[in-house]
Design a protein around this ligand. Structure first.
Ligand code: G3P
Ligand code: CA
Length: 381
């Protein structure tokens, strides 16, 4: 047992008190304790703290498209994050939603198939879709004419971008809705091996991002236990992260009231009120992750400003302490604002998934060398 309830006696407080007492009693100079996740990240060959460009630099360009990934790469992200799915003819593509409606013009191009899953479209059909104009409409303040007509990318095309600049970021790949794509874990292994990403890669020049040269050049992530097992079977030595959530198929909730019956007006407020049933229920997921090959967890975070990527608070200090004590690193999703970078870092995490690469780099005091405008213009956007 971990001596619960930890909320009444936070381990961080006890640790801090212990360090203070030891420092006061010690005759030597005070030495700041190294954050536990730093050593764990180093052990697994991961950068610390990690800047994971969630769907690319997706605040500033349409998610999982060429400009989003080029921006993330050239700004200096450690990882390009993507969600992989598979076309009907077997090609791995980078796309978040399992439907094409939100981020493409599917309703115009294939009106009768607008609600069909991605898995029913061939690559040639997918490539006919405009994956950029929705962004211009949704975010007129960040719109660019050059975003209209952008295509959905294949995994190979994202790898081309990762390899194509002076910075050499790694790849942080999620198997999305993997139950719709039997065998996708084996396909992913084949695809990564073919491109030489399962073995050593050349080092970047000094002063550039060099994550592709590190053992943690690829991190595999999933919400699904079965997919984690399959990823581990296919690629036992590649670092893996189990994404955490509260609800069916994930960590058991304290309350089983559904959103529609909850009285909350918006989903992010509902998510923000969700809690794990017990510390043991949380620990069970961390233990399972570790026992099945994960080197880390990807917990959701509740954001100060709310918004549609504000979820459950699974980065409470006791959760982070427990996870680190089990030997796992912590990369929460998806955090964009300085206020949350600061708060959640203080609570003890090892990097972030972020839509705003430039902001997180600034927070970590390694700001991008170029402006987004310069990078986009240089690349024809
Ligand atoms: O992969 C981490 C984070 O991306 C999980 O959420 O829905 O944005 O893929 P989602
Ligand atoms: Ca993802």
């Amino acid at each position: 047992m971990q001596g619960f309830p930890l909320s009444k006696t936070p381990l961080a407080t006890l640790l801090a008190a212990g360090i203070l007492a030891a420092t006061l009693l010690s005759p030597g100079p005070a030495v700041a304790a190294e954050p536990p996740g730093k050593a764990l990240s180093e052990k697994h060959g991961l950068p610390w703290p990690a800047v994971v460009a969630h769907r690319g630099a997706s605040y500033d360009a349409p998610e999982e498209t060429i400009p989003a990934y080029i921006l993330a790469r050239d700004l200096g992200a450690d990882y390009l994050e993507m969600d992989v799915q598979r076309t009907r003819d077997g090609v791995l593509i980078a796309l978040h939603d399992d439907l094409l409606e939100r981020t493409t013009n599917i309703a115009q191009v294939f009106p009768k198939r607008a609600k069909d899953p991605v898995s029913t479209f061939t690559l040639a059909e997918i490539k006919q879709l405009d994956a950029g104009s929705w962004f211009n409409k949704a975010y007129p303040d960040r719109a660019r004419d050059s975003y209209a007509g952008l295509q959905i990318l294949t995994l190979d095309e994202v790898i081309d971008i990762a390899e194509g600049g002076a910075n050499k970021p790694g790849l942080y790949i999620e198997t999305k809705v993997p139950n719709q794509f039997p065998g996708i874990e084996a396909d992913l292994k084949k695809a990564l091996a073919k491109r030489g990403w399962l073995g050593e890669r050349p080092a970047a020049a000094a002063g550039q991002v060099n994550v592709a040269h590190m053992p943690g050049r690829v991190v595999l992530q999933t919400f699904e236990k079965q997919s984690l097992e399959l990823l581990h079977k296919e690629m036992p030595s590649v670092p893996k992260v189990l994404l955490l959530w509260i609800g069916e198929g994930s960590i058991e909730p304290k309350s089983n009231v559904a959103f529609k019956d909850s009285g909350f007006k918006d989903k992010n407020s509902y998510y923000g009120a969700q809690e794990v049933k017990s510390p043991e229920a949380f620990q069970a997921w961390v233990d399972w992750a570790k026992a099945h090959g994960a080197i880390g967890t990807g917990p959701s975070a509740k954001l100060t400003q709310g918004g549609d990527q504000s979820y459950m608070d699974l980065v409470k200090p006791w959760m982070n302490t427990l996870t680190h004590e089990k030997g796992l690193v912590i990369h929460p999703y998806t955090v964009d604002d300085a206020v949350d970078f600061k708060k959640i870092s203080t609570d003890g995490v090892d990097g972030f998934f972020t839509n705003r690469t430039a902001e997180l780099l600034k927070f970590y005091e390694r700001p991008a060398k170029e402006s987004m405008e310069t990078i986009l213009k240089r690349n024809g956007y």
